[in-house]
Design a protein around this ligand. Structure first.
Ligand code: XMP
Length: 547
């Protein structure tokens, strides 16, 4: 299968580059911008052989496709400062096509003898770009590109030619006269960039000569062969959270292996959404689960959380208790030593946890399914199975549909591991969980029931338009009136965001009518809620969850 490698220099949009190219039907992989590419480039690179192995998703060779080209991503850094990561120089001698985007273009120019300097004023947003007439295209083309840069090329490296210029007069499209090297000062991966898909498509197919091979059906086939061969009849234990990822992982295991070989364990922490445990159970049984273990541990979690108010302390307590119960309950299952542990880790989870994929080494979730002593031990033994670790969230949804997972589960919004505990600010109590569960269920029920605004031929609901929506219970009460009686109720905030992967998020611009009606419904139906607000903070600077 043809593959495009993306070198991540830390741009917010690196993920998008990967997704856009995959949408074109070509497999992509992301590595840190300064990764050693010795093993990947093999004999293509002409500099001395690599002494350090490359960092694949799990340390194995990331070279499981036929590498056809390399994209150099953008970056918040400048090429002329020490913070600006430098790519393995072998990319310039390997003969593969290169596409530099923003910093990537500046990097290629700088590394090959050109000059890059700060702009007097940062260029941001839609900027008109005119590409000169070429041999194939007889006349110049002007379109609105999307820019975000503080540096520009002030002198082109030998062999580089300016093919397109921004309305502000800076180089916007640069190509090499003799090598298959292309550079864009703008971001074709961003949806606001006109002709962005056309540009990526002409690099991937026209320049790199890729053929479309990345389909979900092809992926499933490879994963299935691998799963059957690796486990050769040994038991596989999958820890289920009830979210899309672990349910799709369960479906994949159940539809590939003998269902009796598959053990599914789900913990009801008491911090789940309304009816969640019942729905998870029904979904898994429908998928053919034979060994399903529901661990009911609400009391244990609520007593551990008693009196705790600090967000990080709450998260750590939940994380530690998860691990304790996980170890106790897995031991109780009495599985043979050689069992495999599976989890629904996604490609983006590996990136967020800094597992050597991409450049984002910061961990945003202190309770995360990538690590626990049990997971670490199984990983050391080579007995961990992560069948979704090459997929993005929307690809997992597509896989779920292919495997027959219920549409209700597939389109479910993400839910954090620590559950309602990070949505009840301050101390978590049984009563507050019950109040929040009711309010949240009403909010979600209304979002699913109400049509999306504007032209809506597919009949999408508000829920489908929103990436993640939920309610948050604040630790304050306010005065109101119900009938003639003074009411002193809790304050609830609604949150609804649009996002590509949760790393950044915009507030969903709610139609006011829907928002007002939903708030009224909640204050009418949930008697302990006195007031409802709508959170209008984007990420950054806020995060999606409140704690
Ligand atoms: P934040 O709040 O960091 O959330 O902007 C980004 C996305 O991650 C989810 N989230 C978590 N998921 N364990 C998880 O599995 C966690 O501890 C956790 N904290 C946040 C959050 O719901 C959003 O989708």
């Amino acid at each position: 299968m043809d593959k495009i490698l993306i070198l991540d220099f830390g741009s917010q949009t690196t993920q998008l580059i990967g997704r856009r190219i995959r949408e074109l039907g070509v497999y992509t992989e992301i590595l840190p911008g300064n990764a050693d590419l010795g093993a990947i480039l093999g004999s293509r690179g002409t500099s001395p052989a690599a002494s350090v192995p490359p960092q694949g998703a799990h340390g194995e060779s990331p070279h499981d496709g036929s590498l056809r080209g390399i994209v150099l991503s953008g970056s918040p850094e400048s090429v002329y400062t020490p913070e600006g990561a430098v790519p393995d120089r072998r990319i310039y001698s390997c003969g593969l096509p290169l596409l530099g985007i923003c910093y990537g273009l500046q990097r290629m120019n700088f590394d090959n003898g050109g000059r890059v300097e700060p702009l007097p004023r940062r260029e941001y947003g839609g900027v008109k770009v005119t590409v000169k007439a070429g041999r194939r295209r007889g006349r110049p083309v002007t379109f609105t590109a999307w820019m975000s840069h503080g540096d520009t090329l002030t002198e082109l490296a030998p062999g580089f030619v300016e093919k397109g210029t921004s309305e502000t007069g800076y180089p916007a499209v640069v190509v090499h006269e003799t090598k298959p090297w292309y550079g864009l000062q703008f971001h074709p991966e961003v949806s606001h960039c006109e002709r962005g898909t056309e540009i990526l498509s002409s690099f991937v197919f026209g320049i790199c000569g890729c053929t479309r091979g990345w389909t979900m059906a092809a992926y499933v086939e490879t994963v299935r062969e691998d799963l059957t061969a690796r486990t050769s009849g040994a038991p596989v234990l999958l820890l289920i959270s009830g979210g899309v990822d672990s349910t799709v992982a369960a479906a994949l295991l159940l539809k590939t292996l003998d269902p009796h070989q598959v053990y599914l364990m789900y913990m009801d922490t008491g911090l789940m959404r309304k009816d969640e445990t019942r729905e998870v159970r029904a979904a898994l049984e429908k998928l053919g689960a034979k060994n399903l273990y529901l661990v009911m541990c609400e009391d244990e979690f609520l007593s551990a959380l008693k009196g705790l108010t600090e967000p990080e302390v709450k998260r750590k307590t939940i994380g530690d208790l998860f691990i304790t119960i996980q170890e106790r309950e897995t031991a109780r299952l009495g599985l043979p030593e050689n069992y495999y542990l599976a989890q629904g880790t996604l490609y983006t989870d590996l990136i967020e946890s800094g597992k050597g994929v991409g450049n984002k080494a910061h961990v945003i979730k202190s309770h995360h399914n990538v690590g626990s002593p049990l997971v670490d031990a199984k990983r050391r033994e080579g007995r961990i199975i992560e069948p979704l670790d090459k997929l993005y969230k929307d690809e997992v949804r597509a896989l779920g549909r292919l495997l027959g997972v219920d549409e209700d589960v597939v389109r479910r919004h993400p839910f954090p591991g620590p559950g309602l505990a990070v949505r009840i600010l301050g101390e978590v109590t049984r009563e507050k969980c019950a109040i929040l569960r009711e309010a949240d269920a009403l909010f979600i029920q209304e979002l699913k029931r109400r049509p999306a605004p504007g032209k809506n031929p597919e009949g999408r609901s508000l829920y489908d338009e929103i990436w993640q929506a939920f309610a948050v219970l604040l630790p304050i009460r306010s005065v109101g009136v119900a009938g003639d009686i003074r009411r002193y109720g809790w304050v609830l905030s609604l949150r609804a965001v649009i996002s590509a992967d949760g790393m950044t998020a915009d507030v969903y611009p709610f139609p006011p009518k829907d928002l007002i009606e939903i708030a009224t419904l909640i204050t009418n139906e949930v008697k302990d809620i006195g007031r409802v607000g709508y959170d209008i903070s984007s990420k950054p600077p806020a995060t999606i969850e409140w704690e």
